[in-house]
Design a binder for this molecule. Structure first.
Ligand SMILES: Nc1ncnc2c1ncn2[C@@H]1O[C@H](COP(=O)(O)OP(=O)(O)O)[C@@H](O)[C@H]1O
Ligand SMILES: [Mg+2]
Length: 257
């Protein structure tokens, strides 16, 4: 039997002054080891959902658990150590070398120097940035895609069980994005039992990467299933409409080939 890594039960959230709910009544269970992509239009509540997992946002109602423990029962620092977090504006420390950026959290945790170095080397290898070449560089000396990989390595540094990624490849060009997608998928496969929650508004990205896809609309969950099941049996008119956008594009590309 597999563990449940993240669970939401009747979660609600409105922001000050808003009449409608940013998150309406959200319930789901994510088994350990899944690569869940969260897909939805802008404003559908994807970022809010992610930020409630690591308590950057507190829900108004409902229960959120991480490995069957309420997130409120965790010490917030301890919770965030279990959970890596990567966003589009990675926010690497500009005056730190790549090595220092990746080792920042272990250093904060008081790891011994040799252990930090070893961990940084391991992580740089994992995200395919050779240590000898990149460790002493500064963020500005890396391309956007390479910086994004450093962001992923940094988030993995303290060996979190769960990774939250909020449109991590939103700001890179299409070819780099494809490469990063292949790498993150491969990374997830190699890191056994790590659970990824990956937000994107790109339907191709969501279906290419997700072992399960969560489709959100206006603070609600329309469908949460494997890509195959969603494609075979779209549950709502909105999901059908989403899939139709891809099928329509397919025709454009086929037309002149
Ligand atoms: N800090 C905030 N204050 C007020 N409203 C917010 C805040 N964060 C998000 N919202 C609103 O909540 C809804 C969901 O936002 P968000 O989760 O960021 O959507 P997504 O990431 O899917 O684009 C939107 O209507 C947004 O305007
Ligand atoms: Mg967002």
């Amino acid at each position: 039997m597999s563990n449940t890594a993240v669970s939401f039960k009747n979660v609600r959230k409105s922001f000050n002054g808003a009449t409608n709910h940013a998150i309406d009544n959200l319930s789901f269970d994510i088994p350990e080891g899944e690569f869940v992509t969260i897909l939805g239009t802008s404003g559908s509540g994807k970022t809010t959902t992610l930020k409630m997992v690591n308590r950057l946002i507190e829900p108004d109602a409902g229960e959120i658990t991480v490995y069957n423990q309420s997130v409120e029962a965790f010490d917030v620092n301890q919770l965030r150590r279990k959970i890596g977090y990567v966003v589009q504006q990675i926010g690497l420390f500009p005056h730190y070398t790549i090595e220092k950026n990746i080792g920042a959290v272990p250093e904060l945790l008081g790891w011994e120097k040799a252990r930090i170095t070893q961990r940084v080397q391991e992580l740089m290898e994992l995200v395919q940035l050779p240590y000898e070449e990149y460790a002493t560089r500064f963020p500005r000396q890396l391309s956007g895609g390479q910086q994004q990989r450093v962001g992923v390595a940094r988030a993995l540094a303290a060996n979190p069980d769960i990774m939250l990624l909020d449109e991590p490849f939103g700001a890179v060009d299409a070819i780099t994005r494809k490469e990063l997608q292949a790498q993150i998928k491969n990374l997830h496969q190699r890191l056994e039992k790590k659970t990824f929650l990956f937000v994107t508004h790109d339907i191709n990205e969501a279906f290419a990467l997700g072992t399960k896809v969560m489709i959100m609309r206006e603070g609600n969950l329309d469908q949460f299933d494997t890509p195959e099941n969603i494609i075979r049996q779209p549950k709502t008119a909105f999901v059908k409409q989403l899939l139709d956008t891809v099928y329509a594009e397919e025709e454009i590309w086929r037309k002149y080939r």
